[in-house]
Design a protein around this ligand. Structure first.
Ligand code: 5RP
Length: 292
């Protein structure tokens, strides 16, 4: 049977091998197409990094300072966020569905600040995550915590759920007050999350030997912002983490509790995506702040 559209002069470029490019993210080359596509909505394929804006604090501590009115104070920041990390309640009630970048949905929960925080369970179904078109599901993992095993099981179940739908799993290493956030602990926690199938990991920065944490974790690491610091210090921390192998930041309070959140998120972008020195990024922050 001849081909219906066959012309004699077609050029199949048989001498040009098909391109077979590696995926840009550390340790992610063997993932499926849909997962890679979703990861490209979290990490910028040009820089290979991300500025995630974390606003999910309300799932265990209610209306956190700076998040009282997400519609008024956070939605205007969305143009500068590579990804928004939030709960499904805030997503449905406040975030415009025209937001085209990645959503990382809070997928675990249970206890409030009044109880043992490690006693979490999975708080979303895979059907709901697909319905919301999320790029990743975030789960706390409490290595060394009271409910360590339960939180690790939450992670592995979410990995199974996520992989079945091509949705990434973000393991958030949650460190209780009784534990020291040093490189030794962070290596243990991040490596366990990677070994058990997380797609990427969120952890804290530590002043000493952070490069050993990123080196021994075979998947991308983003750092948590943590409690509010002076802007210059937060930019320095982001810079140090990026230069020592982090693939981005997942920053909340250091952006939305800043005296100028829009200026701060833009300054963070300079550090993360352009390797800008913290001193220069801080000047940029001050300039933007004064202009607004
Ligand atoms: C809660 C979280 C938060 O999303 C995240 O830690 C908050 O970000 P930040 O510490 O920068 O305010 O994972 O455990």
């Amino acid at each position: 049977m001849p081909e219906a559209d066959a012309r004699e002069d077609r050029n199949f470029q048989a001498d040009v091998p098909q391109k077979s490019e590696g995926f840009f993210l550390k340790g992610s080359n063997a993932l499926d197409w849909g997962l890679k596509n979703r990861l490209s909505k979290i990490f910028d394929p040009t820089s290979g990094r991300t500025v995630m804006l974390a606003i999910d604090h309300g799932y265990f501590q209610g209306p956190t300072t700076g998040l009282e009115r997400v519609d008024l104070d956070i939605v205007p920041l969305l143009p500068w966020a590579d990804t928004l990390m939030c709960t499904r309640g805030i997503l449905r009630s406040v975030i415009p569905p025209t937001y085209g970048k990645g959503i990382v949905i809070r997928a675990s929960g249970g206890p409030s600040i009044l109880k043992d925080l490690s006693n979490e369970q999975i708080a979303i179904s895979i059907e709901e995550a697909v319905r919301l078109n999320v790029a990743a599901m975030a789960v706390q993992v409490f290595i060394g915590g009271e409910s360590e095993t339960q939180s690790v099981h939450n992670l592995t179940r979410l990995v199974d759920m996520g992989n079945s739908a091509g949705i990434a799993t973000l393991a958030v290493t949650a460190v209780g007050r009784e534990l020291v956030r040093d490189a030794r602990y962070l290596r243990l926690a991040t490596r366990i999350c990677a070994e058990l199938g997380a797609t990427y990991v969120k952890t804290y920065f530590c002043d000493e030997d952070f490069e050993t944490v990123t080196a021994s974790c075979p998947i991308p690491i983003v750092i948590a912002g943590g409690k509010k610091l002076p802007e210059k210090e937060a930019l320095q921390m982001a810079y140090d983490a990026i230069q020592q192998g982090a693939s981005g930041v997942d920053m909340g309070r250091n952006i939305f509790q800043s005296e100028a959140p829009a200026a701060m998120i833009q300054a963070v972008r300079k550090v993360v995506h352009e390797n800008e020195k913290p001193e220069i990024a801080f000047e940029y922050f001050r300039d933007l702040k004064n202009r607004s």
